[in-house]
Ligand binder design. Structure first.
Ligand code: TRP
Length: 330
């Protein structure tokens, strides 16, 4: 096997069945990075507990997300794929890190402010420590690189500073300072054509839907709002269906739509049908594999257990260094 360029860690909250936004924003990249890096991908169920909505159906959501990751091409023989709570060392490291984490910085983070605005009745202790737990995730597995979207950049910067503070405080090099790998992620809009695709707004297209459901969902997509009647010319540059064509359709078809939409040569109904057909083709192998995997749920849990077992080996090595650095008794 070829030599890998370092260790990548990424985590995602267990949000259940994944949608196109998750796929284009994270999963596709997770799959690709396996070729060049040693990858550790974590379903962060403890992080999910910070917000109440995410705690409903936690176990089922964990299973559904794992299933989608595997069906999309995560290779558990090489990649460590596991559930956060199954390596409890992370909570121990979180506690140690919390002693060097500046509270003012945590409460200043834009993500924290947003959370308390969204849930003013649930401003819990865990929410403040969210980025500390995230740092514990990354450094417990001695990761060099963290692929995340730009919204997570302040968390990675926080993690880097926290690692430096820890190493400085205990005069050690126990923890590795990670780097952010800023992946260019297209902003995926929902079928409303305005908001980011997400479950909570119910504007999403699920990967695991049937071709018929997918077609139905796509038929509701908002296109160029100026194009009202079939014979109005449209502007693909402001049309979310066209953005999707650019990702999922063959170049020739994209070019044809780009020309014909502008002169009302093709209507939105046909344009959406073509997108649905291309997306369904693209997802066919994923859906087939997902059904196969879902026939044996225990095998999926076994993959996660095996991942946690391998993760615990690395975690124990890190914790030995951390305990030595702090001078905790042996
Ligand atoms: N905070 C990330 C999110 O909300 C999830 C996450 C938890 C994560 N731990 C991580 C991402 C470690 C990267 C690395 O999406």
């Amino acid at each position: 096997m070829s030599v890998k360029k370092g260790r990548v860690f990424s985590g995602a909250r267990p949000t259940g069945r994944q949608h196109l936004g998750n796929y284009l924003g994270a999963i596709k990249n997770y799959v690709a990075m396996q070729d060049d890096y040693e990858c550790v991908y974590c379903i962060v169920d403890i992080h999910a507990l910070t917000t109440v909505e995410d705690t409903f159906n936690l176990r089922q959501n964990t299973y559904d997300m794992a299933l989608d990751w595997l069906a999309a091409g995560i290779r558990p023989e090489e990649t460590i794929m596991f559930v956060q709570s199954q390596v409890p060392q992370v909570t121990e490291l979180h506690t140690f890190l919390s002693m060097v984490a500046p509270l003012g910085k945590l409460t200043d983070l834009p993500t924290f402010k947003e959370k308390i605005r969204e849930n003013p009745n649930n401003v819990n202790y865990g929410l403040v420590g969210y980025p500390v737990l995230m740092t514990a995730d990354i450094v417990l597995y001695q990761s060099n690189l963290v692929p995340v979207g730009i919204d997570q950049a302040p968390h990675i910067e926080f993690a880097r500073e926290l690692v430096r503070s820890f190493n400085y405080r205990y005069n050690s090099d126990a923890l590795i300072e990670p780097q952010m790998k800023n992946t260019i992620i297209p902003k995926v809009l929902g079928i409303d054509g305005v908001n980011k695709m997400g479950k909570s707004l119910n504007n999403h297209i699920e990967l695991a839907s049937t071709p018929e459901e997918t077609q139905k969902r796509i038929s509701k997509m908002v296109t160029d709002p100026q194009r009202i009647r079939r014979d109005d010319p449209g502007d693909p540059d402001v049309c979310n269906v066209f953005s999707m064509h650019k990702i999922f359709s063959p170049a020739g078809e994209v070019e044809m739509i780009n020309v014909e939409c502008r002169r009302a040569g093709i209507g939105c109904v046909e344009c959406k049908k073509r997108f649905a057909a291309n997306l369904n083709d693209h997802l066919a192998p994923f859906r087939k594999k997902r059904i196969e995997l879902d026939a044996n749920p225990q095998a999926v849990w076994d993959i996660l257990h095996d991942g946690a077992k391998r993760a615990r080996v690395i975690a124990d090595q890190t914790m030995a260094k951390v305990r030595a650095a702090i001078q905790l008794p042996l």
